[in-house]
Design a protein around this ligand. Sequence first.
Ligand code: KG4
Length: 340
Amino acid sequence: MRPIYILGIESSCDDTSAAVIQGDCLLSNVIASQKVHEIYGGVVPELASRAHQHNIVPVVDLALKQAGIDKSQLSALAYTRGPGLMGSLLVGTSFAKGFARALNLPMIDVNHLQAHILAHFIRQKGEEHTPPAFPFLCLLVSGGNSQIVLVKSYKDMEIIGQTIDDAAGEAFDKCAKMLGLPYPGGPVIDKMAQSGDPEAFHYSHPQVPDFNYSFSGLKTSFLYHLRDEMAKNPNFAEERKPDLCASLQKAVVDILMDKLYKATKALKIKEVAVAGGVSANSALRAAFSDYARRYQWRIHIPKISYTTDNAAMVAICGYFKYLDGDFCSIDAAPFSRVSV
Ligand code: KG4
């Protein structure tokens, strides 16, 4: 049988990425990250679209070269249709349409959030790999989402809990800004927290029903704590940065794990995964290992390279849809907001 080669394209936010997969085995994954946003303290949509336009051709070209295949060998093209920044999505979508039309390739539209979850099924050549068994629970945590997803199959996913306000990554980023730390704040807080005491300060935990989350109260409680302490000692934030970071990080991780644990108990599921940008957090990863020991969870933690936006996860999603013959029409429009 002819091998199945899928080209994946990701451009939903500020990373331009292309990847090639052969079946479920990754051949290449090229990511061009955009540094242009750093000085603005957040992603500037218009600059992101322009950078995607600049990067997309060389990124796709390099992904094909690194995979060692010619574009004529591709079986299909998978691209992120949404959710994400509309301008950024339009660049990837327009490129995908032109490329597919020129080569007469079938197109597969991919939901970015589903792709984060299915990244757990990417196989790397020569590596031991045990993907999650269905059904499993996935904690999907990024700058824009905090959800608990019940994953019943490659295509059947149900959100059983989600944030009613801010996402976990947003809480990290906004609190980091209050401390005068650069964007994105999550990785910086993670690093600073290594030398801090997570028990130094205690922040309020939200009372929201079911398996839902809320992070806006934590953000406010962090802000008021800083304001009150700075009124007494203007150097407080500077002097206690590691403790503040470690305590905030502990609060976020405790909130995330508490609801996830309740969901595993209610649904009697011990197969548990984590995905999205915040899954790079070292304390969250440690908490997963701890819960696995305490409650006999079988855990799935992504490689750091799959926590950020990447096209490998789009390609694997595309592969499963290809097997189902689930293609999209050339006039499919991108969407900025949608859930899994
Ligand atoms: O999934 P992602 O790359 O982008 C989207 O939101 O779509 O997630 C980015 C988020 C940012 O909020 C960033 O601060 C957070 O992930 N993040 C982290 C860490 N690395 C990235 N948060 C905490 N600890 C980290 N090590």
